[in-house]
Design a protein around this ligand. Structure first.
Ligand code: NAP
Ligand code: HSE
Length: 428
């Protein structure tokens, strides 16, 4: 009889319970695919006596996740508590020091401490696997580290926060303002305990930073991700963008340029007819581009019990099979510290402003844009409202710096009310 791979699971919330269910329901399948049984030996959570919808009585209980991580009868420490520091990090470090492999869904911890943890794991001859940390059930980490390992990756892009995509698509389909849909998402339990992690783009930024590290062989640099959340997106912009053939998405883009590594997680316009433009609800989509393979599009559930546990189990099975891949796809010590690109590559922009509806007003706007070196591609004015009317402009490619210059100059023309809204249009 082959020896089982013994799991110690810290965290029995949404994801932890999903993992317990898979181990309990698919024991034979896991054993056949892994070449050895996969067994849970011990578990930990904050509250011991709690109905979690699964029976965990057969497993040893530890109040302290560090004690769980270092148990003799645990081969793989499965960290499903969350949090960038605190017990998750302490227990992960303890597990590595005690010679355990680690599987985690914790993007916050890896985005901040990934490099030091990966180095510690490699020094100890252990692996850290994190498929579940990025885009839930979508096997994107495996796609990048293994399936596309022969490619030079040119761009990684995607919608990686289901809550934001739910909010933006719901605003559009129901014609509801941001605040109302935010409340709705909150009642549905979609938001993280700290909602800013979702709507501020932080959660998705963590995920992008992890993918960028694998894609470009660089150290995880979450601090280098340009972050902008969706809190300022109005229903008016969603409708106007739709009129021009676009959808607004919280879009992550990472690419290596001559100016350094560019990482952005910001609201962008994408063509409504593109796969990203058509992505509805809480679904995630990751687009990977490689020099040989071209473009790969991966779409699926980015969160939830089943999809996330599915990704955790994929990592567990790899370990049971003896597949040992470096945390970020190559030895951590060899990962380079990327130079940060100071400004994003030039792109077309969507500009919306309230313009006085009188002779010469538009000429002043055109002059300001011209002076900033910005060329107009398309323009549309809505109605003839007094005293101002909404005007939309789609520019040709320009830089954010030129655009900001133009925005402040527009405020001084006397014909533009307030500050124009500017949203990047991404070529997808
Ligand atoms: P969750 O439902 O809030 O569950 C967290 C679990 O950790 C709970 O069982 C909690 O115990 C336990 N816990 C918290 N602090 C602890 C401590 N100090 N000691 C022992 N146990 C502790 O979280 P989740 O949604 O399952 O998420 C877990 C991880 O997966 C996070 O890193 C998250 O970012 C990641 N993730 C989640 C999803 C998703 O769809 N939920 C998707 C992708 C990645 P009690 O139950 O006793 O309170
Ligand atoms: N809050 C995240 C989301 C959960 O909405 O996508 C999965 O990481």
């Amino acid at each position: 009889m082959t020896t089982p791979l013994r799991l110690g699971i810290a965290g029995l919330g949404t994801v932890g319970v999903g993992v317990v269910k898979i181990v309990q329901q698919h024991a034979d399948l896991l054993s056949r695919r892994s070449g050895r049984p996969v067994a849970i030996t011990a578990v930990s959570a904050r509250t011991r006596h709690k109905d979690r919808g699964v029976d965990v009585e057969a497993y040893a209980w530890e109040d302290d996740p560090v004690a769980l991580a270092t148990r003799e009868d645990v081969d793989v420490f499965v960290e499903l508590m969350g949090g960038s520091d605190g017990p998750a990090k302490a227990a992960t470090e303890a597990a590595i020091a005690a010679g355990k492999d680690v599987v985690t869904a914790n993007k916050a911890m890896l985005a901040i401490h990934g490099q030091e943890l990966a180095e510690a794991a490699e020094a100890a001859g252990r692996v850290i696997r994190f498929e579940a940390a990025v885009a839930g059930g979508i096997p994107v980490v495996k796609a990048l580290t293994e399936g596309l390992a022969g490619n030079e990756i040119t761009r990684v892009m995607g919608v990686m926060n289901g809550t934001c995509n739910y909010i933006l698509t719901r605003m559009q389909s129901a014609g509801l303002p941001y605040d109302e849909v935010f409340e709705e998402a909150s009642k549905l339990g979609y938001l993280e305990a700290d909602p800013e992690l979702d709507v501020g783009g932080i959660d998705a930024g963590h995920k992008l930073a992890l993918l960028a590290s694998i894609a470009f062989g660089t150290r995880v640099d979450f601090g280098g991700v340009e972050l902008e959340g969706i809190g300022e997106i109005t229903i008016e912009d969603i409708h106007r963008a739709a009129d021009m053939g676009f959808r607004i998405k919280l879009l992550g883009v990472a690419q290596m340029t001559g100016r350094g590594l560019e990482q952005r997680m910001t609201p962008c316009l994408v063509p409504a007819s593109s796969p990203l433009g058509q992505l509805e609800g809480g679904t995630n989509m990751v687009v990977l581009e490689g020099d040989s393979v071209g473009q790969i599009v991966l779409r699926g559930a980015g969160a939830g019990e089943g999809p996330t546990a599915s990704a955790v189990m994929a990592d567990v099975i790899d370990i049971a099979r003896g597949i040992r891949v470096a945390t970020f796809g190559q030895p951590a010590a060899g990962l380079e510290q990327a130079r940060r690109a100071r400004v994003a590559a030039a792109a077309p922009y969507y500009l919306r402003m309230q313009l006085q509806d009188k002779p010469g007003a538009l000429a002043k706007v055109a002059a300001v844009l011209g002076d900033a070196g910005i060329s107009i591609d398309r323009m549309r004015q809505y109605g003839h409202a007094e005293p101002t009317a909404p005007v939309l402009i789609v520019t040709h490619k320009t830089t954010r710096d030129a655009l900001e210059l133009a925005r402040s100059a527009l405020a001084g023309t006397g014909v533009v009310e307030g500050s124009p809204v500017a949203i990047r249009i991404e070529k997808v």
